[in-house]
Design a protein around this ligand. Structure first.
Ligand code: EPZ
Length: 428
């Protein structure tokens, strides 16, 4: 297994090009199951999760052609009227986002068997809301041997109110209601840019979804098994979590980094908090610049994670690493997942001082961090350890770096390009 060696305490300086969004690409790739035409994707990020999603689509009977470009992947995906409508446990457990094949397979083929994904490091992550959506739209659901078996000759529109915002369940509702018979009104939905992008793609394929980016969606179902499809390429939008991670790394190392090919509007709350902590943020024509070169004392800033446009839970661990060297203490409240403080134990090893009870962590800023061997446990916890290592004096080894490769394309290369001393090594 690979591990990273990082010599820290060096300010990051230069340009970082942001890749396509993992969390937009995954549901959009699965939505191609609904298309009568070949779906052509561009700017897919070169990530293990994207490779895995394409593998799952092949396993389900999709005809997939992939073209590796230098900084991204293009893919052509086609489904016809027969498919293997079983998503097995050995695939789904490796990537939870595979659950999003449930809706499109049910809509197009009328019967589907998808493994329950099981939990992950950050929480139990049930899929009860996904199941609720399918039942509301007329499916018969049985749970057998750890599998969801869904059947529906015809999907019927319905009104749905989510008890709380769920990105995945909102996306499942969109990918199913868009071909149901009648108009569905779905409330308390995800407004995340990735969800809006999925809706835009479905509309380009012939769906009729209104209200994208608001709390309520009105979906006029086509009463068919498929969407007509689109002749235009589907371009994956820039990854706001990748951009936010590098913005925090630039601030934490008191550097100056141009975050290129990104959409500042998708990071409003993070950029606001970075400015509050003492960093200069300048909008540029295709992204923004983080300038912390004149930042003496980092001001501690409390955060509470929330659905978009609130503070993204996927940047919570990275913010904690940054606040670990602030001048004073602050609180970090995690309101989305029940177990998303795993990174605290590893940040301790770098000298951070954090106490937490339930979903509130208090970070007591220290003067400096010191390098040490640490272990990545999940995707965003790994990102926080990388930021900790970039801050720390001395050398840090980050093991189990496969977690980071799921969501950050060529992270060592991108960091080296802005002056970081990062080496990727292989454990013998
Ligand atoms: C998406 O996961 C993202 N993943 C996550 O990013 C992100 O953290 C999360 O949204 C929140 O923004 C992808 O887009 C592939 P949810 P998702 O349904 O859809 C509970 C990363 O690091 N819930 O919005 O699974 C759930 O347990 C990943 O890139 C139910 O109880 O998240 C959580 O507490 C991590 N029942 C809360 O809702 C359900 O049926 C929000 O989860 C579904 C969810």
């Amino acid at each position: 297994m690979d591990y990273l060696l990082i010599e820290g305490a060096r300010p990051l300086k230069g340009d970082i090009e942001i890749s396509g969004s993992k969390n937009a690409a995954l549901p959009m790739l699965m939505a191609s199951i609904l298309s009568k035409k070949i779906s052509h994707f561009t700017n897919l990020p070169r990530l293990s999760d994207v490779d895995f999603a394409l593998k799952i689509l092949i396993e389900l009977g999709g005809n997939v052609r992939m073209i590796r470009e230098h900084n991204s992947i293009s893919a052509y995906i086609e489904f016809d009227d027969k498919a293997n409508c079983v998503a097995p446990y050995e695939l789904v457990r490796k990537m939870r986002a595979s659950i999003s094949v449930l809706g499109p397979l049910l809509a197009r083929y009328g019967k589907v068997k998808v493994s329950l994904p099981g939990g992950c490091a950050i929480g139990a992550r049930p899929v009860d809301l996904h199941i609720m959506v399918m039942e509301k739209l007329g499916a018969k659901i049985t749970i057998e041997d750890g599998y969801i078996i869904a059947e529906a000759d015809k999907l019927k529109a319905n009104d749905i109110v989510f008890p709380f915002v769920s990105v995945g369940a909102t996306q499942a509702a969109m990918m199913t209601a868009c071909v149901a018979d009648g108009t569905s009104v779905i409330r308390n939905v995800s407004m995340e840019p990735e969800t809006v992008e999925l809706g835009n793609m479905l509309n380009s394929m012939g769906a009729k979804i209104e209200g994208l980016g608001t709390e309520t969606l009105t979906i006029k179902g086509l009463n068919s098994k498929t969407l007509p499809g689109s002749d235009n390429p589907i371009h994956i939008l820039p990854d706001r979590i990748e951009a936010g991670t590098y913005a925090i790394a630039a601030a934490a190392t008191r550097g100056k980094v141009n975050i290129k090919n990104s959409i500042p509007k998708h990071l409003d709350i993070l950029l606001y908090n970075l400015k509050e902590s003492g960093v200069n943020i300048l909008q540029t024509d295709n992204g923004f610049t983080v300038d912390a070169t004149r930042l003496d004392n980092i001001k501690p800033i409390d955060i509470v994670t929330a659905p978009y446009p609130g503070f993204p839970t996927d940047l919570q661990a990275q913010w904690m690493a940054y606040m670990s060297v602030a001048c004073g203490s602050c609180t970090i409240t995690e309101k989305i997942f029940e177990n998303r403080f795993i990174h605290i134990g590893e940040l301790f090893r770098l000298g951070a001082r954090v106490k937490h009870s339930a979903n509130v962590a208090t970070v007591y800023g220290v003067k400096k961090l010191t390098g040490a061997p640490v272990m990545a446990t999940d995707l965003r916890a790994s990102a926080s350890l990388i930021i900790g290592a970039l801050i720390a004096e001395g050398t840090t080894e980050i093991h189990r770096v496969y977690h980071i490769d799921r969501g950050y394309e060529r992270i060592d290369e991108k960091l080296k390009n802005v002056g970081a001393k990062v080496t990727r090594l292989r454990e013998v």
